[in-house]
Write a protein of this length. Structure first.
Length: 418
């Protein structure tokens, strides 16, 4: 079996950590049990380009239980958990191509390796499989019946491909399911980003000025958690509606030009390029800590910082110091890559439970329905989304009310007023 991982000897540690994560993934577990009985993915070749974490391992085991032949590569050069990659290879016989800290060439070589079995389904986190196939491996399109996309950035790229008429197969936007973005993006990113910042720096959040750039679901999560730890949270936004929401949620909102002068921590979660750039580094306080939790490492203009710096050195794991000519020092976490996966372990398993339940059920949906799907980006079917919410509540032991017959009738009528 082909694979490329750091060290197979890490497999035992990985196996135990996967078992620990899977304990908090009851929805995925119940899907896995059904998949093992019904084999809805039997013989389906699936390439998964995901962050190689304990939670992803639980997803891969679920897909395998359903009968899929899965090959895995990393969706970010710095997010791989090497012990998990080892365990998937050694204990689950899954071809994995992922090494934490791999360079750009290796990253793309791994993407090609994950495509070597001519996948029928692609599972992306950031759309790198889809874009590689469309740009360089068009011969694979003949076998592909559909794909799924995990993250906001990937959905944006894929919708742009669909709008330009270049997307060649259907994609289900897992990110857009309510049971995904309302939980994973908000509570998952909220906790794991603050976790990454703390693990990397061991700095006190309380009393700090914490600048969150972008008030989408991820930014909201981080703002909420930083505020919960006692930070004075400042939001920067380009969208007036979101900025207004941030104001009314009780945060200070200002331009980055102003925020740059006062922030102790800066965290970008916008999905856009060069949100922090030279003009901002010029104004930052000595000791400012800068990181990104958006999908790609484009949000911080690191090249500009490198050009401005008179010196640089790694000072702790995942913390690099840049010395400027006026004596100020700026600290960049995790090379400007997503800090929650570079310096911590990504979102906790109990939110990934819902995200990966969506991935599993959407793979099944594609197998069953691909003949009637076009070259578009589709929403997750509402019944899948609702079923996942129902299963999650049941697993948490939470019961909710049902509509009475009278209430159902009322909701479908228009006659009755005050
Ligand atoms: N994205 C964010 N957190 C993750 C995790 N724990 N596993 C896989 N993908 C993730």
């Amino acid at each position: 079996m082909e694979f490329d991982i750091r060290d197979a000897a890490l497999a035992e540690k990985g196996k135990l950590r996967i078992e620990w994560a899977a304990r908090s993934m009851p929805v995925l577990r119940s899907i896995g049990e059904r998949f093992a009985r019904e084999k809805p993915l039997v013989g389906v070749r699936l390439a998964a380009c995901l962050h190689v974490t304990t939670e992803t391992a639980a997803l891969v085991q679920t897909l395998k239980a359903g009968g899929a032949e899965v090959r895995v590569c990393a969706s970010n050069p710095l997010s791989t958990q090497d012990d998990v990659a080892a365990s998937l290879v050694v204990h689950d016989a899954v071809p994995v191509f992922a090494v934490k800290g791999e360079d750009k060439d290796t990253y793309y070589r791994h993407i090609h390796a994950a495509l070597a079995h001519r996948p029928q389904i692609t599972m992306d986190d950031g759309a790198d499989l889809v874009s590689t196939i469309h740009a360089e491996r068009k011969e694979l399109l003949a076998d592909i019946i559909g794909g799924t996309e995990e993250t906001t950035t990937g959905v944006i790229r894929l919708k742009s491909m669909a709008a330009k008429g270049v997307l060649k197969y259907p994609i289900v936007a897992v990110n857009d399911a309510d049971t995904k973005h309302l939980f994973d993006n908000r509570y998952g990113t909220g906790q794991s980003t603050v976790d990454g910042i703390i693990r990397a720096t061991n700095r006190l959040i309380a009393g700090s000025s914490f600048v969150v750039s972008g008030y989408g679901w991820c930014g909201r999560g981080v703002a909420m958690r930083a505020a919960g730890m006692g930070a004075k949270v400042i939001i920067t936004e380009v969208d007036p509606l979101r900025a207004l929401e941030a104001v009314m949620d009780g945060y200070q909102v200002m331009s980055m030009a102003e925020a740059a002068k006062v922030g102790d921590f800066f965290c970008t979660l916008t999905g856009d390029i060069h949100v922090l750039r030279k003009e901002h580094f010029q104004k930052m306080k000595d000791g400012a800590i800068v990181c990104n939790s958006g999908h790609f490492n484009v949000e911080i203009d690191l090249d500009a910082l490198v050009r401005m710096a008179v010196g640089r050195r790694p000072i702790r794991d995942f913390v690099e110091e840049f010395q400027l000519s006026d004596g100020r020092r700026i600290y960049v976490l995790g090379e400007g890559r997503l800090v929650n996966l570079a310096a911590a372990e990504g979102h906790p398993s109990s939110v990934m439970d819902m995200s990966f339940a969506n991935q599993s059920l959407c793979s099944e949906f594609i197998v069953k329905n691909h003949r009637s799907l076009g070259r578009q980006v589709y929403r997750v079917p509402v019944d899948i989304d609702k079923e996942i919410a129902r299963l999650k509540l049941a697993a948490m032991g939470v019961r909710i009310d049902r509509l009475t017959a009278e209430q159902k009738k009322y909701l479908s009528s228009w006659e009755m007023g005050t």
